[in-house]
Design a protein around this ligand. Structure first.
Ligand code: BES
Ligand code: ZN
Length: 637
């Protein structure tokens, strides 16, 4: 079985090579073939592109691919399972013998093809990837139905138990390759399908998906969904909980549990403005509605761009709308990522780098350049730190184009894709001018809407459309940015006078020239406070933290970004009065971006025992995405 699979996989590669060759030659510029003797680096990459395959999926779309999903499922909180039937419409090549799905710890009960039971085969399980489910078909086959049950430990799912007054909650996180832990599917970002669904959940809970959603609780726990636009599997999403709907604009609303709905509606009242600004920049919004779901604090990310319904952490509710950049980011994905989608996880920067750029432009349009430049300055600092850290471990991981075969694609989720990607696009904007750049970017989203994009094809498109002038091309040095390490010398400079003033103020405070009571803390907005706290010297004594706490009550701030920066420094300074807050925070919040630095700070200050004690209590409440990282960091067995 495995040998057979391997042979046909090679055949499929050859086949896909031919198809892609035909597909891309049309776009090749004449200059591509000038250097005829030795194959240039570029020619080699074009050759590689002819075999572009997603190394993180068993699917072989050139042979048979899904085009539509009809999902009927039941959510069982007691058993912690989702069981049901996924029925796919399929498109089949003339010589196809099978269709291959991705599964990960799914119990497959039965498979039918056009209504008739067939003998399916599950291949050997591989780390991260799970098992291929191979279903025999004929060239005329139209529909495959898979009846299955998910595992109670499924990595995509987090089952949050009922607590006191609080109802239970379930949410999924499918990106990057976790959709296959709750749905047998061709789990590759280059494969798209529309879907409809009927889902049954316990009465008193609402079900929501990355689709047309209900706005009210149903009386019988049954809900119907429809996603008419084709999406890749990593954008499949489901949440079940006692949530309410509150409209905040013509096309925008928030969903949250009753305790948070009021605060959420206030915090995100400007969503529609962000949406209008985004459309003004890069074209019509393609998904009809844009709503936001506030998840339990255990959500491992800040936000996830599930189409029509962004999933978000409650830690962005600050009370003063200061953290809405995250919503701008997830909204921007409605173009970069959800419309034009990275073809493989090696091309992740095409999703995230473009999205950070677009996010910045939305922030600039709505809140002004000063605010967006402050954010860019913070990104720049984060990027420089991360480039340093990654260069020591694995310099190849600082290239925009990654090589994640055999690894968890999650490894690619670093500041490189996000912020190196952002600065690369900003460099192009500054090189060709904003007007030309904006026209180009809008055209790019239009040309590749609902399609996959890989780095090589992107470079080819860029050469042909934006950087055809050799001088501009040289000025950008895109080969160096995309295929080279670190941060190139021509990285754009960001200037934020307000952030620079914070740096001078910090220096005066650290040298003792400026008294703690004279800090302009109350005049500072979140970005300034964050900059100050995150740049305090690691060896600052606890007594100085005590002064800050006494003067400004920083330990009880409602802004989680500021609180996080405070707690990290408190750990590094050994300022023990903050430790109970750290523990409470870590037990309550599961957002990995906060967990990793906090646990790491404990580890690096010889507080590994404290870290493990807290982790023991907190771990059962975390999502698999977070425990995966923390288990390794804390050497947890
Ligand atoms: N799509 C990502 C989240 C993601 C990436 C999940 C890779 C799984 C694998 C999302 O858009 C994102 O980038 N979220 C950020 C927030 C953003 C403002 C940088 C986060 O969660 O921190
Ligand atoms: Zn993102």
């Amino acid at each position: 079985m495995n040998l057979h699979l391997a042979t046909s996989r090679m055949l499929a590669l050859v086949l896909s090579g031919t198809l892609l060759l035909a597909g891309c030659s049309e776009g090749e510029s004449p200059s591509d073939s000038t250097n005829s003797s030795a194959p240039s680096a570029k020619a080699q990459r074009i050759a590689a592109m002819k075999q572009v395959t997603d190394q993180h999926s068993f699917a072989r779309p050139e042979e048979a691919r899904i085009t539509h999903l009809n999902w009927k499922a039941k959510v069982d909180f007691d058993a912690r399972t989702i069981s049901g039937t996924a029925t796919y419409d399929i498109e089949v090549a003339a010589d196809a013998e099978r269709i291959v799905f991705d599964t990960h710890e799914l119990a497959i009960a039965a498979v039918t093809v056009d209504g008739a039971p067939v003998e399916f085969a599950l291949g050997a399980a591989q780390p991260f990837l799970g098992q291929p489910l191979s279903v025999p078909i004929a060239p005329g086959s139209k529909q495959v139905a898979i009846q299955y049950t998910s595992d109670p430990g499924a990595d995509a799912l987090l089952w949050v138990e009922a607590q006191g007054e609080k109802s239970p909650f379930l949410f999924t996180q499918s990106q990057a390759i976790l959709a296959r832990t709750w749905m047998p599917v061709q789990d590759s970002p280059g494969i798209r399908f529309s879907y409809d669904a009927e889902v049954e959940v316990p009465q008193g809970l609402m079900a929501l998906m990355s689709a047309e959603n209900p706005t009210e609780m149903s009386s019988d726990g049954r809900y119907a969904f429809r996603m008419a636009q084709p999406i890749p599997a990593y954008l499949l999403a489901l949440a079940v909980g006692e949530v309410e709907f509150r409209s905040v604009g013509d096309r925008c609303a928030v969903y949250a549990v009753p305790e948070l709905i009021e605060d959420a509606a206030y915090e995100f009242a400007e969503m529609e403005q962000l949406l209008l600004a985004a459309e003004e920049l890069y074209g019509r919004y393609a998904w009809d509605r844009y709503d936001l779901l506030i998840l339990p604090a255990a959500f491992p990310f800040g936000g996830m761009e599930n189409p029509r319904l962004t999933f978000a952490t409650p830690t962005i509710i600050a009370g003063d709308r200061s953290l809405v950049a995250l919503v701008a980011h997830e909204l921007a994905h409605s173009w970069s990522g959800n419309l034009v989608t990275n073809a493989t996880w090696d091309d992740f920067w095409l999703n995230e780098g473009f999205t950070v750029y677009f996010e910045q432009r939305i922030m600039e349009a709505v809140y002004g350049r000063e605010t967006s430049e402050m954010l860019a300055t913070l990104s720049y600092q984060g990027l420089v730190d991360e480039v340093d850290a990654i260069s020591d471990l694995n310099p190849d991981d600082t290239h925009l184009k990654l090589h994640l075969a055999g690894r968890n694609p999650d490894d690619g989720m670093t500041a490189i894709a996000y912020d190196k990607g952002y600065f690369f696009l900003r460099l192009m904007e500054e090189t060709v001018g904003r007007e030309r750049f904006d026209d180009w970017l809008k055209g790019y989203f239009e040309a590749y809407a609902f399609k996959g994009m890989d780095t090589e094809r992107f470079v080819e498109y860029l050469d042909r459309t934006l950087l055809s002038d050799p001088d501009e091309k040289t000025a950008v040095g895109l080969e160096n940015w995309i295929y080279g390490p670190g941060l190139p010398d021509n990285c754009p400079k960001v200037a934020s006078p307000r952030i620079e003033r914070v740096d001078t103020t910090l220096a005066s405070w650290e040298s003792g020239r400026l008294a703690t009571a004279d800090l302009p803390w109350n005049d500072w907005i979140y970005q300034e406070r964050y900059r100050f706290l995150s740049n305090i010297a690691d060896d600052t004594p606890a007594a100085r933290m005590a002064e800050l706490d006494a003067a400004w009550g920083i330990g009880s701030t409602g802004n989680n970004e500021v609180l996080f920066a405070w707690m990290e420094q408190a750990i590094r300074s050994g300022y023990t009065p903050t430790y109970p807050r750290v523990e409470q925070f870590l037990v309550e919040v599961g957002r990995r971006k906060f967990l990793t630095p906090l646990y790491r700070a404990m580890k690096e200050t010889d507080n590994l025992d404290m870290a493990r004690d807290i982790y023991r209590k907190a771990r059962p409440g975390y999502h698999a995405v977070a425990t995966g990282t923390m288990d390794e960091l804390l050497d947890w067995k």
